[in-house]
Design a protein around this ligand. Sequence first.
Ligand SMILES: Cc1ncc(COP(=O)(O)O)c(C=O)c1O
Length: 461
Amino acid sequence: MTPCVCGSAWTLEWACNLAGPRRYTPRLTRAPHAGARLRPAPELMQRESFLSDDCPAMGIYETLYAFRDSFGQFMGTEGTHPWSQGFPLTTQLEGGPPLPSSVNVTWEDRFYPKAWGHPNLREALVEYYNSYYGSNITPENVMVFAGGRPGIFAVLAFLKKHVEVRIGNAEWPAYLDIMTQTDTNWRVVPYTEENGFHPSNATYFDRAGLNHKTHLLPIISNPGNPTGHTRVGAELEELIAMAEQPGNGILLDEAYEMIHTSKGVSGIQYVKDLDNSNVFLAGACTKGLQCPGIRIGWIIASKTNVETLSNFSSFGMGGVSHPSQHYAVELLQPERVAQARDAVKNHYDMQRERYGEAFEKMGLKVFTGDGGFYHWMKLPEGLNASELNRRLFKHGAAILEGIDCDMARPHAKDPNYVSPYANWFRFSFGPLLPETFESDIAIFGQVLNEYRADVEAPSPV
Ligand SMILES: Cc1ncc(COP(=O)(O)O)c(C=O)c1O
């Protein structure tokens, strides 16, 4: 099993299969220097492919291929340290409920699924949101997908052309690929040290220089990937109020909804008139419910927008696997989910705090918020994330380089482009067992110290 870094436990082999007949053979595109990019290149067909030439795998995969080239094994095999990977522990947490080990499949499950999702799952989600967040959504506000990504992809694929997306400069790498492939029109919102990677809500809805016809759709991961910053309480209320204004909307990606110091945060709590809005809330069983491999996600939206998405499902998706939907219903059993919310919060709060302290002691600048399972950090002057990764590879470890989260970078990585995040990186403690803390910190500290010493050493005359 070779877990993938993108946020799910996909195997590398599976990822390659995604590319169909093209077999990706990893190789260096140019000499490795600071900021150089590593990317897999397909073995060329003899004739021109009918498919797009601009469909590389999500940027994070480059780290995987480069890691394998350097370390000789896939990331995720025994003895490797998956700090670049965005998946949670998939085993029972201390104080948490067991994960279901089976589901019952009957003859009815072999029918085609309903385009919009299994009635039991839609009901379970309605019960979950309404009981935890005081909302009053109905099953017709829920559209089920095979994971978080397909839901996000579908919303953007059907966006009208006069809708402009606003997205933080440092966000989840897949958004860049999805926005590119769906021909979405987007502008970045500054994510800087100065604004603490947490710009005001109003920045997302700034209309300076816009035509009246342009409508705005911010995309925000909340809690954020890679920063962990989270809009809660009055700030989240204000964000939703702005998103409900005419001409505005929002795609609030709540994949990490349960991974927050408050045990759970959702914009649905503040939505006043969902059915008359372009508010889209994305959720999934992937992170807090600890089940990336079950492939269940959903979009909560107005009935009209859910109908459009379910019409798409009828011709473009065919619904979602019943066994997976049944599994998700089990995960959402009220008593179970209550226990899971406590355990997930306790586990990831503990990990966030102790890794953060340890990194600060090493002299790294930590800019993480209070949610998610990543640390977002800046290297000391003169060091860059790409060289840090190359050094980590030799120890069986890897981080996610900041440039991969840069929503302003060219999709085809232009070597002349200089990212503001060249000396930034994301460290994931999502998949780490509590017992690996000391060894993780020891390895990371050793590599960082050696790198720092090499940079500081006077160059030979
Ligand atoms: C911000 C964000 N949104 C959504 C997802 C959902 O991914 P999946 O398609 O694996 O459910 C992820 C997973 O990495 C994520 O980080």
